[in-house]
Design a protein around this ligand. Structure first.
Ligand SMILES: [Zn+2]
Length: 372
C-alpha cells in the first residue's frame, strides 16, 4: 500500500462515530452558529478566527458550492440560503459514518433525536444513556428518598434495554478527585436526603460516585468526559490519572471505560489505556477544535496507547458541519500520522492501513458489539 493508497483506504473507511449528539433542529443565525463553534458560553470576538473556524471555511465551504477558505461572511450567507434540514442532509451524507452512538443527555430539545439523526443521515444510530440525567429524572418523579435507589436501578434497566453504552459527566459536576470506594446504601440515602433538601444541581460526590459504581455494575461500556469542555468544568480536576485508584477497583467488574476528548490529557489517557485492559479513549471534540494541528495531537495520543484502545468520535453537537468536520479532519490526521511512519520506513503500509481501520471502526465494533 503506497501513501496514496493509504489515503484512499482511509477516505473509504466506513467510520463509527462513538460519541456524538444530534444536529440543530431550527435555523441558526450568525450569533447562534458562532456560539456553537466555541466551548465558551461568554460573548467573544468572532469565533471564526480559530482553528475550528478556519477548518469550516476550508473543508465545509466546498460542500456548499464555494471555494475553500471563502470568508466567514460568504460562508454564512451561503449557509443561510438553505434550511437546517437541507444542510444536515448535505453534511451528514458526506461523513462516511455508518453508525452514530448518540449521547441524548445534553440539551436534547435543541437537537435532533436518535431516530431523526438516523433519518437525516441514512446511518444507523444507537443511544448512549447519561447516568446523571437518569437520576435527575427519578428524583423529579419520586418523593420518597428511601425508594430512590431501587427506582433508579429500575429506571436504568428500562432505559438501557436498547442502549449500547452509559455516560457520566462527573468531570463537570465534581471532577475526578472523589473517594474511589463504592458508597454504602446508608451513605447514599444520607446524600439523597441532603440533595432532596436543597435540590441544587446534582453535584454531590457521594451520589456521583454511586452513579459511577452503579453504571460500572451495569456492564455496558461506560463513557467518561475527560479534559477539554465548556467553562462549566475546572480543567485540572479532569486529569484522568485522578481516576487511577477507581479504575483499579472496578477492574474486576469487567466493564470497559472509555475516556472521551481527553485534551490536554490525551497522553495521560494513552498511559491509562496502556496499563489497564479495561480503558480506551478518543480525541473527539479535540480533533475538530485543533483543526490544522489535528495530526500533531493525534500522534501524541498514539505514543503509548495500544492501537486496539483508541476510538474515533466527533462529539459534534448542533451544526451538521461539525459531524462532517470531525470525520474529515480525523481522516486527514490519521493519514498524515500513519503515512508519516510509513514514509520514514518505521511502519509497513499494511500496518498503517490496519491500524487506521482499528481506530476508525473495528475497535468500536468490538467494544460496543455493533456494526460489524
Ligand atoms: Zn459530547
Amino acid at each position: 500500500m503506497s501513501t496514496d493508497e493509504l489515503a484512499d483506504h482511509v477516505a473509504q473507511l466506513s467510520l463509527i462515530d462513538h460519541h456524538v449528539h444530534g444536529v440543530a433542529r431550527g435555523p441558526l443565525d450568525r450569533a447562534a452558529f458562532e456560539q456553537l463553534i466555541t466551548e465558551s458560553d461568554r460573548p467573544m470576538m468572532s469565533t471564526f478566527d480559530s482553528q475550528l473556524g478556519v477548518a469550516i471555511r476550508r473543508h465545509c465551504a466546498p460542500l456548499l458550492g464555494l471555494e475553500p477558505l471563502v470568508s466567514a461572511d460568504a460562508y454564512l450567507e451561503a449557509r443561510s440560503a438553505l434550511d437546517e434540514s437541507e444542510l444536515s442532509r448535505i453534511f451528514l451524507t458526506a461523513t462516511g459514518v455508518s453508525d452514530y452512538l448518540v449521547d441524548t443527555g445534553y440539551s436534547g430539545d435543541l437537537v435532533t433525536s436518535v431516530d431523526e439523526l438516523a433519518q437525516l443521515s441514512g446511518s444507523r444510530t444507537h443511544e448512549v444513556v447519561r447516568l446523571e440525567a437518569e437520576l435527575e429524572y427519578v428524583a423529579e418523579h419520586e418523593s420518597d428518598v428511601s425508594a430512590v435507589p431501587d427506582a433508579f436501578l429500575k429506571r436504568l434497566e428500562s432505559r438501557t434495554k436498547g442502549a449500547v453504552g452509559l455516560k457520566s459527566i462527573v468531570a463537570y459536576r465534581h471532577g475526578f478527585g472523589f473517594d474511589p470506594s463504592e458508597p454504602s446504601r446508608a451513605e447514599v440515602l444520607t446524600a439523597l436526603d441532603r440533595w432532596y433538601s436543597n435540590r441544587d444541581r446534582l453535584s454531590d460526590p457521594v451520589l456521583l460516585r454511586w452513579l459511577l459504581w452503579t453504571g460500572a455494575r451495569r456492564g455496558l461500556p461506560l463513557q467518561l468526559h475527560v479534559g477539554f469542555g465548556d467553562s462549566d468544568l475546572q480543567l485540572d480536576k479532569t486529569n484522568p490519572t485522578l481516576l487511577t485508584e477507581w479504575l483499579r477497583r472496578i477492574e474486576p467488574l469487567g466493564t470497559q471505560v472509555v475516556l472521551l476528548h481527553c485534551y490536554p490529557y490525551h497522553r495521560e489517557a494513552g498511559y491509562l489505556a496502556h496499563v489497564f485492559p479495561h480503558v480506551s479513549f478518543d480525541l473527539g471534540l479535540t480533533t475538530m477544535y485543533v483543526g490544522a494541528r489535528a495530526a500533531t495531537v493525534l500522534a501524541e495520543g498514539l505514543e503509548l496507547a495500544p492501537f486496539g484502545k483508541v476510538l474515533y468520535s466527533s462529539d459534534a453537537f448542533g451544526p451538521a458541519e461539525l459531524h462532517y468536520l470531525g470525520a474529515t479532519l480525523w481522516r486527514r490526521a490519521i493519514t498524515a500520522v500513519l503515512g508519516g511512519f510509513v514514509a520514514e520506513g518505521e511502519w509497513s503500509p499494511a500496518d498503517a492501513g490496519r491500524v487506521a481501520g482499528l481506530i476508525g471502526r473495528e475497535n468500536a465494533v468490538r467494544l460496543y458489539g455493533i456494526g460489524g
